[in-house]
Design a protein around this ligand. Structure first.
Ligand SMILES: *[C@@H]1O[C@H](CO)[C@@H](O)[C@H](O)[C@H]1NC(C)=O
Ligand SMILES: *[C@@H]1O[C@H](CO)[C@@H](O)[C@H](O)[C@H]1NC(C)=O
Ligand SMILES: *[C@@H]1O[C@H](CO)[C@@H](O)[C@H](O)[C@H]1NC(C)=O
Length: 211
């Protein structure tokens, strides 16, 4: 849908390319499992059951793009052996960047094979494990590159759809997450999502769209 400008390739792509490419390129990648429970015209609701994320807080992050690179760099080291077991872990997708008022948190899901007890990160990486159980997530898909200048409007559009069509509430109104699935070297066919934690997945057990 969207084709990034040549200027964008020259600047932002340069940074992300070299880090994220190293890990995505040519590898089959595991993604966390979920159960879709509602499909709206421009959003979807999923339950993510039981997932551990390794999270890199970027406390004084200036922008989404810079913070994603900074946080991802620490996660990259972690999965390449900077952990107390000196173990290499498999890359997973998507890479999440959670944007809150004060900070950014860049996250990678941990393979289900670790069953919630992954190798501990080297302390200087300042990573923390975040566990999800039965999280109800509203999702909006978008294509192209996720950038400082387009993520906010994607998040607003999801908020609007939820207001109009979902009979639940947003949890953590001022925070949202960008999920990126592709290496930066993929210039087309890119796939991203905005995620927001909502309530409403389990009223009466199931689907609660306003029809
Ligand atoms: C990491 O090493 C510790 C101590 O040797 C061991 O008990 C643990 O099972 C290892 N964890 C993983 C995920 O390999
Ligand atoms: C981007 O990621 C999505 C989801 O994993 C995948 O379906 C798609 O083929 C990827 N695009 C490219 C260009 O590799
Ligand atoms: C939406 O929520 C309200 C308040 O909880 C409830 O009374 C109503 O039945 C719900 N509507 C649907 C379609 O579930």
């Amino acid at each position: 849908m969207e084709s990034p400008s040549p200027y964008y390739f020259a600047s932002a792509a340069f940074h992300t390319c070299f880090i994220i490419n190293l890990v995505f390129f040519g590898q089959a990648v595991e993604s966390p499992e979920y159960t879709p429970i509602h499909q709206g015209s421009d959003f979807e609701i999923r339950i993510y059951k039981d997932i551990s994320w390794m999270s890199a807080p970027v406390v004084q992050g200036t922008t989404f793009q810079k913070s994603t690179i900074a946080g991802f760099h620490r996660l990259y080291q972690y999965i390449h052996g900077a952990n107390l077991n000196s173990t290499r872990l498999a890359m997973t997708a998507p890479v999440l960047t959670t944007i809150t008022e004060a900070s950014y948190f860049v996250k990678l899901s941990l393979s289900a094979s670790y069953e919630g007890s992954p190798p501990q990160p080297d302390p200087e990486l300042n990573l923390q494990v975040e566990k999800w159980r039965d999280k109800c997530i509203a999702i909006r898909k978008f294509s192209g590159f996720a950038r400082d200048d387009n993520i906010h409007e994607e998040a607003e559009a999801l908020g609007t759809s939820l207001n109009e069509h979902w009979n639940g509430t947003l949890e953590g109104k001022s925070s949202y997450t960008i999920a990126q699935y592709n290496a930066s070297s993929h210039l087309s066919g890119r796939f991203n999502e905005v995620w927001m934690v909502v309530s409403g997945c389990s009223y009466h057990g199931h689907d609660q769209g306003k029809y």
